[in-house]
Design a protein around this ligand. Structure first.
Ligand code: DC
Length: 299
């Protein structure tokens, strides 16, 4: 049964209940540019269907078992709460399929690091927003994963620190900041139209017309354990405390007025509690293959 048939039959998001276990560009966003959100693509030829020669029939890249026309746009969104392994899964899925990878959480984390390091108070939201706009957050796509920069300097080494993680949900709930990030992400999507993008609102708000949408979830205890392992906090932060932090973040993320964490209606929902990382990636790849075959056949 195809993705579409399955969706139609279930009348909404697909919930996978059966366990699945198995093995396992500077294409800068822009050169420089007066309007940072509209940074020009370095190689406009590459994205202009009128001029690029590769769009003629026969130009394909192999994607492990199926063929995706080389310049066929395909946006895959992966939404879900913290600790579901979205980043790892999204990055590896992109790598398997030869697509670009966007970690939108890194953008909110960078904004939070700026707030802390520039000593901006919570009451000074206006100042924070203009500071973040002035920082011109963007990615260096030559790195894998793409490296985030503020004021043209790398900030990736700072964004996973504990003080940033503790404050980021609060920062990500600021509507003016979210509007800015959403616009930036859409520009990135236009410049990198073959993209796996992950976050909380990618399928629901940023790319509602994405070709394929996934929503990853898992029990809070499982997510807390993964988070401790991922951040190397074993012995420093207890499972219960991490679980409480995660539930608090879920609450902030899902109750904010702007871009709350929700499962898009047309998303494939996967409870990852029982799977290992490779199992989840295999599952997403399997759905993606099916969907792309579907898309190509209806082109
Ligand atoms: O995925 P992460 O832990 O790096 O996300 C950090 C925070 O940013 C988290 O509180 C949710 C928020 N976020 C968001 O609100 N929207 C996104 N698209 C990505 C992340």
């Amino acid at each position: 049964m195809t993705h579409r048939q399955e969706l139609a039959e279930r009348g909404g998001s697909i919930v996978l209940e059966t366990p699945f276990t198995s093995k396992a560009e500077t294409k800068p966003e822009a050169a420089s540019g007066a309007n940072p959100e509209m940074r020009p693509e370095t190689n406009p030829k590459e994205t202009n269907p009128e001029t690029r020669p590769e769009t003629k029939p026969g130009a394909y890249i192999e994607c492990t078992g199926f063929e995706l026309p080389k310049y066929h746009p395909v946006i895959i969104t992966i939404d879900g709460p913290a600790g579901t392994g979205k980043s790892t899964v999204a990055r590896q899925l992109a790598s398997r399929l030869g697509l670009d990878f966007l970690d939108t959480g890194a953008m909110y984390r960078a904004a939070t690091a700026i707030m802390i390091d520039r000593k901006i108070d919570k009451e000074e939201v206006g100042e924070l927003v203009s500071m973040v706009l002035g920082a011109d957050l963007h990615f260096d796509w030559q790195h894998d994963p793409p490296m985030i920069l503020a004021w043209d300097a790398p900030i990736d080494h700072r964004i996973r620190d504990d003080d940033v993680t503790r404050l980021v949900s609060w920062v990500a709930a600021i509507p003016e900041l979210r509007h800015h990030m959403v616009r930036k992400q859409r520009v990135i999507g236009a410049q990198h139209p073959r993209l796996v993008t992950e976050g909380r609102d990618q399928g629901s708000i940023v790319f509602p017309d994405a070709a394929i949408k996934f929503y990853l979830d898992a029990e809070p205890e499982v997510r807390a354990k993964r988070r401790i392992d991922q951040l190397g906090l074993e012995g420093e932060v207890g499972l219960e405390e991490m679980c409480q932090r995660i539930v608090k973040r879920d609450h902030i993320d899902s109750t904010r007025s702007d871009g709350p964490l929700v499962c898009p209606e047309d998303a494939i929902r996967i409870d990852t509690s029982k799977y290992d990382v490779q199992g989840v990636i295999d599952l997403l790849e399997q759905h993606t293959r099916e969907r792309i075959a579907d898309l190509i056949s209806t082109d």
